[in-house]
Design a protein around this ligand. Structure first.
Ligand code: FES
Length: 147
């Protein structure tokens, strides 16, 4: 009888798993774990967060504006560090400089990516189902319908 020694061979892990980060959206409080590199818009859509994206995430409409809340959030168990979000992209820089579409501290959810744990605020004007106040009365529309 021949005895064959068993040798353990270490196989390198070819598939590298991305690091995961916790993201909490306010004011809803919806939260989830996402691989780093995920856009804020994608994370919001996966959780069902009410974040507008009229152009489908192509950086055109400027409707997906969010703001990172920086600091320690013991309530959520999160350290939302400024470096946990990617620096502004060229699209965001152009929107801020030339089109004046991005206020200070705001980011485009479709452009900004998750690098670590963070708390993200969705301003009311970026929420799809936020009520809009119509200042001009619609009486002329009703009048034309009645004719
Ligand atoms: S979804 Fe249109 S600019 Fe981000």
């Amino acid at each position: 009888m021949v005895v064959v020694p068993v040798v353990a061979v270490a196989v390198p892990n070819v598939e590298k798993t991305a690091e995961m980060a916790t993201v909490v959206f306010t004011p809803t409080g919806l939260r989830g774990e996402f691989p780093t590199g995920t856009s804020i818009l994608q994370a919001a859509q996966q959780l069902g967060v009410d974040l507008e994206s009229s152009c489908g995430g192509r950086g055109i409409c400027g409707r997906c504006q969010i703001q990172q809340s920086v600091g320690e959030f013991s309530k959520h168990g999160i350290s939302s560090l400024a470096e946990n979000i990617t620096p502004p992209s060229q699209v965001e820089t152009e929107k801020r400089k030339f089109q004046k579409m991005l206020l200070k501290g705001r980011r485009l959810g479709c452009s900004a990516q998750i690098l670590g744990d963070m708390v993200i605020d969705v301003p009311s004007e970026s929420q799809m189902h936020q009520q809009h106040i119509v200042k001009k009365p619609l009486t002329s529309t009703f009048a034309s319908i009645r004719q």
